[in-house]
Ligand binder design. Structure first.
Ligand code: MN
Length: 498
């Protein structure tokens, strides 16, 4: 799918009039230099746009309102080069609706010991200017990210870059439209949730459609378009089994191509970037969409099976957040365990729908029966997932708040699985399977997740904080005693928030 056009972060520098024209010109030149350096370090992810130095409450309010209204701006970077009396910032910060990072830096890295005078001191005084700004943010209880260090330090740029990914994803979240073909799988609890609250908190527009509307699009796909897409499949994947010579199997593959083009047409026309299906509502479709879902996910769409709109939206946001990074992101499900004490692991897969962006090699395109749903055999891409560091993320509606649970894992190589006709991942969760699964279950984490080999926990944490939702991490440092306490304390915190 078409990615959104380039987004920007605005670089806001605070100061005041007391310093006089000459000093303020230096402040502006220095700030411009820092904004330019950050811009260079972020690559195509986001542009850093320098804005004129702010010295009055009117200017600050005005720039914050402009940032709110600019659809390209995903957040702001604030830095007090000099002293900026922070009461001036109250109006602007009160109205600012974009996330911001407080960059606590100084233009000069080192103190020039032999030459330092009061002019130098007055110019380079973020050491106290940024403290004044920090006070007003804390006094107003505004959540923000604070990054400390010299602006040429690669760790500083990387830290802001991680935050910027979440800001881009938050921007996506607030314009996200999700199409649901059919409702949630009957009686399932964890995939349900409050769509009104989701729109208020995360911006998601969740729209339901009868599957008949999709069927009409699928039936309208021209035969030659479907055949052209099948040719693309033959180029991109290794066809195996019945698909190599059985005309009936090939007919089913053409039907899968029509389903892909039908869904794509529907999503493009409605401006949707995530969708759900359910095997319980396929009336008029000859097969459960498998290959279509896999390929649309690889093209950037979010997806959730069995009507799981929360995971569909989460996968889309995670895909946007990871843009340009190595490694894929997919809808995933914890399927079955290997509980051998010498090395416990989780086999993750779904009925069909794992994104080939995770594939370790060229996927094999295969046709097999599906035991559930009573429909035609669906084609699907079969592959093992690449190995390496990964994470699983789950989003839950706890009634009085949304909760994100993240677990760091290591994707490992599995033995050959000659009889398993689906894409799959095998992972060892942190800190180990027993603690991970116990903590996940205590947190109410779902069986559906967004699985990413490109994102790190820090990205997910920034994202949750920007959305103002609860965030729990299960990683190498997790103990059940501390995790239980965190759950209890959070319960209390969110009761107070009600
Ligand atoms: Mn499922």
């Amino acid at each position: 799918m078409q990615d959104r056009k380039e987004k920007s972060l605005w670089f806001l520098t605070g100061s005041q009039h007391l310093y006089g024209k000459e000093t303020l010109e230096k402040v502006a030149a220095n700030a411009k230099e820092i904004a330019g350096a950050l811009n260079d370090s972020f690559g195509p992810l986001v542009r850093v746009v320098f804005k004129p130095v702010l010295t009055t409450s009117e200017d600050i309010l005005s720039i914050c309102m402009e940032a709110n209204n600019d659809p390209v701006c995903v957040g702001v970077i604030c830095w007090m080069h000099t002293f900026s009396p922070a009461q001036m910032w109250i109006g602007g910060l009160k109205g600012l609706q974009k996330p911001f990072v407080h960059l606590h830096t100084q233009h000069n890295r080192d103190i020039p010991w032999d030459e330092i005078d009061m002019d130098f001191m007055n110019l380079n005084q973020s050491a106290h200017g940024d403290r004044e700004f920090g006070f007003i943010c804390s006094r107003m209880a505004i959540d923000r990210h604070v990054v400390t260090g010299h602006w040429k330090d690669p760790e500083v740029a990387a830290d802001i870059g991680d935050w910027a990914r979440a800001a881009v994803a938050r921007d996506e979240s607030f314009s996200l439209k999700i199409a649901r073909f059919g409702d949630n799988m009957r009686d399932v609890a964890v995939t349900e949730g409050d769509k009104v609250e989701a729109r208020m908190k995360m911006g998601w527009a969740v729209k339901g459609y009868g599957v008949g509307e999709l069927v009409a699009r699928v039936n309208a796909v021209a035969e030659q378009d479907a055949r052209a897409l099948v040719d693309e499949y033959k180029e991109a994947y290794s066809l195996s089994g019945k698909l190599t010579d059985d005309p009936d199997a090939l007919r089913k593959l053409e039907e899968a191509a029509k389903i892909e083009l039908g869904i794509l047409d529907f999503l493009q026309e409605g401006g949707f970037s995530a969708f759900t299906t359910t095997f319980e509502d396929l009336h008029g479709l000859s097969q459960l969409p498998g290959l279509a879902v896999q390929r649309l996910m690889a093209g950037g769409y979010g997806f959730g099976a069995e009507g799981d709109w929360k995971t569909a939206a989460l996968v889309r946001c995670m895909k946007v957040m990871s843009r340009g990074l190595e490694g894929g992101t997919s809808f995933m499900e914890d399927y079955t365990y290997h509980l051998d004490p010498s090395g416990m692991s989780v086999l993750g897969a779904h009925m069909l729908e794992v994104c080939p962006s995770l594939a370790s090699a060229r996927p094999s395109l295969e046709l097999h029966p599906l035991a559930i749903g009573g429909k035609d055999d669906p084609p699907r891409l079969v592959f093992p997932v690449a190995t390496g560091k990964a994470l699983n993320a789950s989003l839950l509606d706890m009634g009085n708040r949304f909760r994100m649970v993240v677990n760091t894992v290591t994707s490992i190589k599995s033995p050959d699985l000659p009889k398993l006709p689906v894409a799959r991942a095998l992972w060892a969760p942190d800190p180990d399977l027993k603690i991970s699964a116990t903590a996940w279950i205590l947190a109410g984490g779902a069986h559906h997740t967004g699985f990413s080999m490109s994102l790190r926990p820090v990205h997910m944490e920034h994202f949750s904080r920007m959305l103002g939702i609860e965030h729990l991490i299960i990683d190498t440092g997790t103990t059940i005693r501390e995790f239980r306490n965190e759950l209890r304390w959070n319960e209390l915190y969110y009761k107070i928030q009600e």
